[in-house]
Structures are given as C-alpha cells and as structure tokens.
Design a protein around this ligand. Structure first.
Ligand SMILES: N[C@@H](CCC[C@H](N)C(=O)O)C(=O)O
Length: 322
C-alpha cells in the first residue's frame, strides 16, 4: 500500500500551471461532487496518461485550471502496483480509484470520492450497477464495497482505528488543536479511516461558524502523515436506537476547507460515539456545508466493526481540456 502524500508542492506559478495544462490538451474529463466535495474525473483504464502531482494540482487549481478538491483517475487495478495488491485480495475489484488532493498529494482514501467514482464509472458506461447491487473498488486503503442505494451509494469503509490508541483509551483525547477563532487549544481525538483525521468537539454552533479555516489548524502531536481536521458540534439524541446528529466543518490535508469530507464524517461519528460512552447510538447523520451524509456502525464479515458511509453523488459536467 502506498504511503500518503508526497511532501513537495508543485509550482503554483501561472506559467507553470499553463504549461502543465497545455500538455493535457484533448484530455476528456468530467466534473462531479458528493455533498459539495468536488472532483475532476478522468477515465484512463489502461494507465496511458501522465496524471501525477503537477497535473492534479494544475487541473484542481480554482483560478488557473478546472477547479476541484481532488483529481480522480479511473484506472484498471491491473495497471498499478497498488491495484495489483488489491486484486490479490479481491479479484472482482477491476477498477481502481487513483485519488489525489488539490495540491497534487496522494491520499489513501476519499469517502465522498469513491461514491462519485462509481457514479462516473456508470456515467462512462464502464460498469452497470442496479439498485441494491454492490461493486468492489480498489483504493490505496484496500477494497471498498459500494452499494447503489436510493439516490446515491452506501460504502463499506472497513474498520476504523485510533491513531494513538493508548492515549485515546486512557484520556479520551490524544492531541490539542488550535485554530483561528478558538480562544484556547482544544482536546482532540485522532482516528484513521485508512486516511488520518483529528476530531475536535465544540460546545455550540457559534463556535463552529466563527472558525477561520482559511488557515490550517495546528495539531499537536500531529499524526505521522499529517491529518484532516474535523470540527464538530454533536446534538441529541446520542442514545442507542436513535440517530445522532453532528454538524461539522473540515479542513482537509492537501486541500484546505471543503464543503464535505466522507472519511471525516466517519471519523467524527467514531470520536463522538467514543466520547458519549457505552449506550451511544450506532447511527449518525452528519451535516456539512454541502449537505448530509449518513454514518452507521455495522458488524464486518471478519468480526471487526465496520463503518458504512451513505450519501449522494452527482456528475455535473463533461468536457475536454482545450
Ligand atoms: N484530503 C484527504 C483526502 C480526501 C478525503 C475526502 N474529502 C473524503 O470525502 O473522504 C486526505 O488527504 O486524507
């Protein structure tokens, strides 16, 4: 499995962006989103395109490129080393979601992205998926099973993990987070959904709206590969059998503030349920600026608890790089 994000940042100079985009002339693309988390999508089944860090950053540039939170390439799993590792686990995972953040860095997983990815495969006629059917998708966080459900998709995101398990169990918080708009550092809990997250609970909606997320929050200690930071306000009921409600804003690693983060919503539900203690509900609605996603804790086939993420996915445009 590839470890995350390259650490160097591609040049943001306009002439560099223009040169990279000129090299992509003629490239067909689509634009899609899941609850406002938006992506440029490219079908490159045989892996013939050069779509690395510089290309992703240029395409995702909101002023000089197409503009998106990330680039998703649909490539056959057999064409990538990470994909071949996935095929050894699940031979049915023909398609691999090759995801990069807006700054060009790799991430292991994108929860909104994988729903939009499947919508794109259907849109391109690369797969057919009837309501209730499940498609196995290769990702850098392993195989994800995506079910077509209602107006969108439900994804088995696999098991969650604490990033600092000893501290999380002992103190219910493992780090401190600072951000523009917060008077003092706040305790936080770091959760892996394949990619890293740090969740901070705030007391009220006014604190959430008052945050300045144009500046990256500070996290101490920082998880080894950086982190996405979710600020959350939970609301009642949190009790078993009910649906817990969370309002969330997020600052994403490699992007900045986004309208939504699927893996972040899952991490938020993990942290809030942990803080609520025994008897808390397994079903959550997470409200983000771009809409609402559902998070449910379910038993996994191997005996571990899995997280299911459900939400919409839309393909809104098709085009060709000029
Ligand atoms: N920025 C994230 C990757 C993208 C997460 C995504 N928005 C989601 O919906 O899960 C990272 O670097 O881990």
């Amino acid at each position: 499995m590839t470890s995350p994000a390259a650490t160097s940042t591609p040049s943001t100079a306009p002439e560099h962006r223009a040169a990279v985009l000129a090299g992509l002339a003629g490239l067909p693309f689509a634009k899609g989103h899941g609850t406002g988390n938006d992506f440029v999508l490219v079908a490159d089944g045989a892996g013939e395109r050069v779509l690395g860090e510089a290309e992703a950053a240029a395409l995702c540039d909101r002023h000089l490129g197409l503009g998106a939170d990330g680039l998703i390439r649909a490539i056959r799993s057999a064409e990538l080393p990470e994909g071949r590792a996935v095929l050894a686990e699940e031979p049915a995972a023909e398609w691999f979601m090759d995801y990069r953040n807006a700054d060009g860095s790799l991430s292991e997983m994108c929860g909104n992205g994988v729903r939009v990815f499947v919508a794109f495969l259907i849109d391109q006629g690369l797969v057919q998926l009837a309501p209730g059917e499940v498609l196995a998708i290769g990702t850098r966080a392993g195989v994800k099973r995506v079910e077509r459900r209602g107006e969108g998709f439900a994804v088995d995101m696999g098991p969650w993990e604490f990033i600092f398990p000893a501290e999380a169990q002992r103190d219910a918080a493992d780090s401190q987070v600072t951000a523009v708009g917060l008077d003092v550092p706040r305790p936080a809990l770091s959760v892996s959904m394949g990619n890293p997250h740090t969740v901070v609970a705030l007391a009220e909606a006014a604190e959430l709206t008052g945050l300045g997320l144009h500046t990256a929050p500070g996290v101490e200690p920082l998880p080894p590969h950086g982190t996405n930071v979710e600020f959350v306000v939970p609301a009642e009921p949190l009790v078993a059998g009910g649906t817990g409600t969370i309002t969330m804003r997020v600052h994403e690693r490699g992007v900045g503030e986004t309208q939504s983060c699927g893996t972040g919503a899952c991490a938020a539900a993990v942290a809030i349920r942990h803080w609520a203690g025994p008897g808390a509900t397994d079903r959550w609605s997470v409200h983000v600026p771009g809409g609402t996603v559902g998070v449910t804790f379910v038993p996994g086939p191997e005996g571990r608890e899995h997280v299911e993420l459900a939400g919409p996915a839309a393909i809104v445009a098709h085009g060709t790089l000029g």
